[in-house]
Write a protein that binds this ligand. Structure first.
Ligand code: FAD
Ligand code: SF4
Length: 424
């Protein structure tokens, strides 16, 4: 904290998607006033202990820190984590709520966007109910990001704070199946709805053999491990443990899956990625940690087919070497197959981590909700209002797979817009 020179133009703040007042909180920290530093962060961020751990600070606040020009930036993320942890340990969460205004708001999905929206609305006096498909709230914070990166106790503590604010949780409710958005509005008395249903639909490679026993989407692999206790051999939803695991893709999700595979006893976990190291989408910190733990990275390699035996169990992954050609639409150099370079990786598990998109359930049961071709809900970015009156949306359901802090920012914007809408 002492390295922060409290720049007048606050460049670090411009890099923060929710504009946490960084120099101000660091100033309070320098004075030793941790409670005030916590309150300062809490003005803009609801989950500092979580963001301090999972935000890509090197591409956000720390990227713009003046001290980074000639040396290391101030470790803003680590300071936020320290203050956030102190807040959790000392129950510093502001649970003050305005008197009830008698209006009901429904939130679909208990991920960071939904939790943030619910918290801000409850503080404004709304009667908020969160409907969540899983049996535990937290979204990707619980079922995606593994315990070794984000202790689940922290997420549980944040949720208890929401309960103290009077937010109700209805678990195991799949909106679009158990009830529709229209039914919530017309029959259940909700005056507005926030959809924070995330991007949980995994993409697949579309190569032969992808339906063999031993091929998982990263979502399924991580969910079974994090939420369904699949690490326990007696679990009703076990996953294959041990052997050699190929993880296809090189983003943060792929790194989490590969590190989880090692923890589940894999002899080897290999990241298979069709581009080069520079193009890897994972945070540098994540790929570095993964490699330090022993995850192998096989670059310029594309899977062609998953091979199996007569019991439909995976026995290998047939691959092809690639080289980098001209940049494609994404600006990254296009991988081009190298002729005659096919080879087989000897693995018994394949985890596919090549992206996710929003689940079509809500859009297919809400006719007047406009969405992009790829499934993202279309919103007015200033208010997060959708094409349907009284319905707002944010987080990965709108942007596609993105970050925790962006999802929280969207939840906050929507809560304030819903308040304006319902006050009219
Ligand atoms: P989610 O967190 O996906 O929550 C959506 C919730 O809605 C889920 O609980 C889901 O069960 C529920 N739901 C869905 N459909 C329905 C329905 N029809 N009815 C009721 N409930 C429904 N971001 C970072 O910033 N840093 C990281 O290090 C990072 N690592 C990641 C690692 C993994 C493995 C994954 C998968 C993602 C990671 N992300 C990371 C991305 C980040 O977690 C997401 O961007 C963020 O969680 C999105 O929040 P959300 O609230 O929009 O959706
Ligand atoms: Fe402090 Fe760096 Fe922000 Fe300047 S840019 S106020 S040095 S954290």
């Amino acid at each position: 904290a002492a390295r922060c020179i409290e720049c007048k133009n606050k460049p670090c703040m411009k890099g923060c998607p929710v504009h946490v007042k960084i120099p101000e909180f660091i100033h309070l920290l320098k004075e030793g006033n941790i409670k005030a530093a916590y309150d300062k962060i809490a003005e803009d961020s609801n989950l500092p202990a979580i963001c301090g751990r999972v935000c890509p600070q090197e591409d956000q606040c720390e990227k713009y820190c003046i001290r980074g020009i000639k040396g290391e930036p101030v470790s803003i993320g680590a300071l936020e984590r320290f203050v956030g942890d102190w807040g959790m340990a000392n129950h510093a969460f502001n649970a003050n709520r305005a008197p009830s205004n008698g209006k009901k708001v429904a939130v679909v999905g208990a991920g960071p966007s939904g939790l943030t929206c619910a918290s801000d609305l409850a503080k404004l006096g709304y009667d908020v109910t969160i409907f969540e498909a899983f049996h535990k709230p937290g979204g990707v914070l619980i079922y995606g990001i593994p315990e070794f990166r984000l202790p689940k106790g922290l997420v549980g503590d944040e949720i208890k704070e929401l309960e103290k604010l009077g937010v109700k949780f209805e678990m195991n409710v799949l909106v679009g199946k158990s009830m529709t958005v229209d039914e919530l509005l017309k029959e259940d008395g909700f005056s507005a709805i926030f959809i924070g249903s995330g991007a949980g639909l995994p993409s697949f490679m579309n190569v032969p053999g992808e339906n063999l026993n031993g091929v998982y989407s990263a979502n399924e692999y991580l969910t079974r491990s994090n939420l369904m206790k699949a690490y326990d051999p007696n679990s009703p939803t076990p996953i294959k443990r041990g052997g050699k695991v190929a993880v296809v893709g090189a983003g943060n999700v792929a790194m989490d899956a590969a590190r989880t595979a090692l923890r589940l006893g894999a002899d080897e976990a290999i990241i298979v990625y069709r581009r080069g190291r520079e193009e890897m989408p994972a945070r540098h910190e994540e790929s570095e940690n993964a490699e330090e733990e022993g995850v192998k990275v096989m670059l310029l390699t594309a899977p062609l087919e998953v091979l199996g035996n007569e019991d439909y169990k995976v026995t290998g992954l047939r691959c092809q070497k690639m080289e980098l050609g001209e940049p494609d639409a994404s600006g990254r150099r296009r991988p081009v197959p190298v002729k005659g370079s096919e080879f087989t990786l000897d693995v018994n598990t394949v985890v596919v981590a090549i992206g996710q998109s929003p689940n079509p359930l809500i859009r297919s049961t809400t006719p007047d909700l406009q969405t992009q071709k790829w499934g993202g809900i279309i919103v007015d970015e200033a208010t997060m209002a959708t094409s349907k009156q009284g319905v707002y949306a944010g987080g990965d359901a709108v942007t596609g797979a993105a970050t925790v802090i962006l999802a929280m920012g969207a939840g906050k914007t929507a809560a304030h817009a819903i308040d304006e809408y319902l006050k009219k």
